[in-house]
Design a protein around this ligand. Structure first.
Ligand SMILES: [Zn+2]
Length: 545
């Protein structure tokens, strides 16, 4: 049978391919075949379906063999196929256009981040920083709830009322004594706070991601809710612990977060559980030379306690960490101090070990008070769980980061980075600024984070973006300096886009959230009960005073 004489039934027509189809279609002269197009498969499907729908409408030859019933049925099937093809094409472009929108607003986000960098407000004092992010999100149509969990600078910003709830965490507190200018050499004298952990970028990029997710929900009409959480006092204040304790994350399906870093990476990572407290000793003041026998030194209490803790280090797991600073030690050597205070942290990657070590630290304080004739009490300041990683979400996050990719420095930024690298004594390795670190499922725990408590409440995943020059440690003047430049702003955009893209994928395919939740329940254990490590104390709003 010659090709051109053959009349194909629509089902056969769909499966025609290659030269046969080309010849047939050319014969029909309805439309020319185009092979060099952007989406060959999608275009092909669309054209074929269009052609058939056209045939149905015109009642052309192949359809004459079919009854009206079949005609309508097939029309419906092909129309659905057609919309699927179009939808597929749209989904591809939609992610791109929503991600591009973040880039298009880069200047605005840069200004917000740098304004917060300038405020450099410490934990629970982030009044202006919190307000700026609230204004930004309110202007985008988010519903703001402020002062949540009894913390004036904590807030949530919600868009949407239905579907899965995607929580995005943002922070904005600075560190005491780390003030620095955005220059590649140390200039300040550490009298003010500074953004040594890059939380000005953290809060801003997370807000940018939340706005992108809002736009995605709005324009695609997908079911879902995005909830930005403004989380104060991450640095030692355990802000998210109070928020977790208040049940604020209970209705979230996933929580996404990120952290400034010296590389682009999205590893599961880990964090150390942490308990911190301020131990206060009370003595009796007297003239240190004329009447020392009448005095009882509170500083002696602190020093005795520290001595015992330092002895104790030999008898705890070697992976544990204990550190302290003496926050009050008297005012003048000729006055026996009647008050002294020492601020302690105890950390380990298992919270039960931390609880045990902390109890032993309390005993050293009691012993020190007894031996020095002073009295003591202590105030719990912070307490965070270790991080519960979620492989399902983390792998998705890593894929998203790999899609977004790294960025290049301009020659000016490169000059700045070289000078910073010199102060660090490290070569400037740009591999994971320009690109992304390969997935490492066994990344080691670094510090502690109150995201730990969130991760025991809702499946959680995070990533790090190269906002600092490679080799820069957190909490350093170099981190503060680079965070105040365009390098910080560029790294922040990688984070914003990665979080947004991860959220888009979750909204496209909510089944991933079910898988993440199954893993979460299994890892957490059936008999898990959330017990905050800082107990039932109210938020330590004055811990930086
Ligand atoms: Zn931090």
């Amino acid at each position: 049978m010659r090709l051109e004489s053959r009349v194909y039934r629509p089902t056969e027509f769909l499966f025609l391919h290659g030269r046969k189809k080309q010849k047939y279609l050319q014969k029909q002269k309805k439309f020319p075949l185009r092979t060099k197009i952007e989406y060959p498969l999608g275009y092909f499907l669309m054209k074929v379906v269009k052609k058939i729908v056209g045939c149905i409408n015109q009642n052309c030859i192949p359809w004459k063999q079919y009854s009206d019933f079949k005609n309508i049925l097939m029309k419906k099937i092909f129309l659905s196929l057609f919309s699927l093809a179009v939808f597929g094409l749209q989904a591809q472009t939609d992610h791109t256009s929503f991600l591009n929108a973040i880039d298009a607003n880069a200047a605005q986000y840069g200004t917000i981040a740098q304004t917060i960098w300038g405020y450099a407000e410490m934990g629970y004092q982030e009044t202006k920083s919190s307000a700026l992010l609230q204004e930004t999100l309110a202007a985008e149509g988010f519903v703001i709830e402020k002062g949540i969990a009894g913390i004036p600078t904590a807030f949530s910003a919600t868009y949407g009322t239905d579907g899965p709830v995607i929580a995005i965490l943002g922070e904005y507190d600075a560190l005491p004594g780390l003030s620095q200018k955005n220059l590649p050499y140390k200039v300040d004298n550490n009298t003010r706070a500074g953004h040594g952990c890059g939380h000005h970028l953290f809060g801003t990029a997370s807000a940018a991601a939340a706005i992108a997710v809002k736009n995605y929900l709005k324009e695609t009409g997908k079911a879902g809710t995005v909830k930005f959480f403004g989380c104060p006092a991450e640095e030692g204040g355990s802000g998210k612990v109070y928020m977790t304790r208040a049940g604020l994350f209970d209705d979230a399906d996933v929580a996404l977060h990120w952290h400034p870093n010296n590389k682009n990476a999205a590893n599961p990572g880990a964090a150390l559980a942490n308990k911190s407290a301020k131990f206060r000793f009370y003595g009796r003041s007297a003239h240190a030379a004329a009447a020392p026998e009448q005095g009882r030194s509170a500083l002696d209490g602190v020093e005795s306690m520290n001595y015992m803790v330092n002895m104790m280090r030999e008898h705890i797991p070697s992976s544990a960490r204990i550190h302290y600073v003496i926050t009050r030690g008297g005012e003048a050597p000729n006055v026996v101090p009647d008050f002294a205070e020492v601020y302690y942290y105890a950390r380990h990657d298992r919270r039960d070990v931390v609880i045990d070590i902390f109890d032993r630290i309390v005993n050293t304080a009691k012993g020190a008070a007894l031996g020095t004739g002073t009295t003591m009490d202590f105030e719990m300041i912070g307490g965070t769980h270790e991080l519960l990683p979620n492989d399902v979400l983390q792998e998705l996050m890593h894929k998203s980061l790999s899609q977004i990719g790294g960025f290049d420095y301009t020659s000016k930024e490169n000059e700045f980075a070289k000078r910073i690298a010199e102060t660090l004594g490290k070569p400037l390795n740009m591999a994971f600024v320009n690109g992304v670190e390969p997935y490492d499922p066994n990344a080691l725990p670094m510090g502690s984070t109150d995201v730990g408590d969130v991760s025991f409440t809702v499946p959680t995943a995070g990533m790090g973006a190269a906002t600092w020059v490679p080799g820069t440690p957190a909490h350093s003047w170099q981190a503060v300096a680079t965070g105040g430049t365009t390098i910080g702003n560029k790294g922040m955009l990688v984070a914003a886009k990665t979080l947004a893209l991860t959220a888009f994928k979750l909204l496209d395919n909510p089944k991933i959230m079910d898988e993440a939740h199954a893993e979460f329940l299994e890892k957490r254990g059936a008999d898990f009960k959330y017990i905050p490590l800082l107990g039932d104390r109210s938020p330590a709003l004055d811990y930086r005073n």
